[in-house]
Design a protein around this ligand. Structure first.
Ligand code: GLN
Length: 198
């Protein structure tokens, strides 16, 4: 485990770039001085120490993970403890169980949560909320876009933030997930929190 203060040049954080909202994640990571690499192939994945899985459309991303032959190597790296931050659709892909997923949508099962897709309604029902995060002093302004809801958590999963009664930020070992889009808030604190685990 290397704290943020000791991040060095050899650390490259991958951003899964098959589809969706990956570019703002790269901006935030670069803003805090981390080298990034877009991950589209197994070779890209081999070159990174940690990975951000962005929001977007999880059913499409699922298919693209298969067609780009990333699914198996990613599952292996997750198993081996690679730190991963999954946001929104990224969280859906990492979950153990998906409610209202597509039949052929295969969850990676890296974190013991059950998530329901589009549980807060459709695009027009996207919303923003200030949430209190466990280890952060000031609230984090969270942007929810067709957000998935965490409907159950296993006992090994830590709830790090709530919005009303729902857990919206959670962690289990090497996996951090958010049901919102932390890259859209001009606030680097959650990416920094993630990098503390890298
Ligand atoms: N509803 C999307 C899905 O099911 C996730 C939305 C998002 O990532 N903003 O994949």
């Amino acid at each position: 485990m290397v704290g943020l203060s000791r991040i060095n040049d050899s650390l490259t954080v991958g951003v899964l770039a098959l589809q969706g909202a990956f570019s703002r994640h790269e901006d935030v990571l670069q803003q805090i001085g981390v080298s990034t690499r877009q991950v589209r192939t197994p070779q890209d994945l081999d070159a990174v120490t940690a990975l951000v899985m962005p929001g977007g459309e999880s059913t499409t991303m699922s298919q693209l993970l298969e067609s780009s032959e990333l699914f198996e190597p990613l599952a292996k790296r997750l198993n081996a403890g690679m730190p991963v931050f999954g946001t929104c659709a990224g969280m859906i892909l990492l979950a153990k169980r998906i409610v209202d997923g597509r039949d052929d949508q295969l969850p990676l099962g890296a974190i013991d949560i059950e998530v329901q897709r589009n549980a807060y309604g459709r695009q027009v029902d996207s919303f923003e909320a200030d949430i209190k995060v466990d280890t952060l002093e000031a609230p984090f302004h969270a942007v929810f876009i067709r957000a998935p809801r965490i409907v159950s958590l296993g006992s090994g999963v830590k709830a790090l933030a709530y919005c009303d009664d729902d857990v919206v930020l959670a962690q289990q070992d090497n996996i951090l997930v958010a049901s919102f889009h932390p890259e859209l808030s001009n606030d680097t604190r959650l990416h920094e929190l993630f990098l503390k685990e890298v």
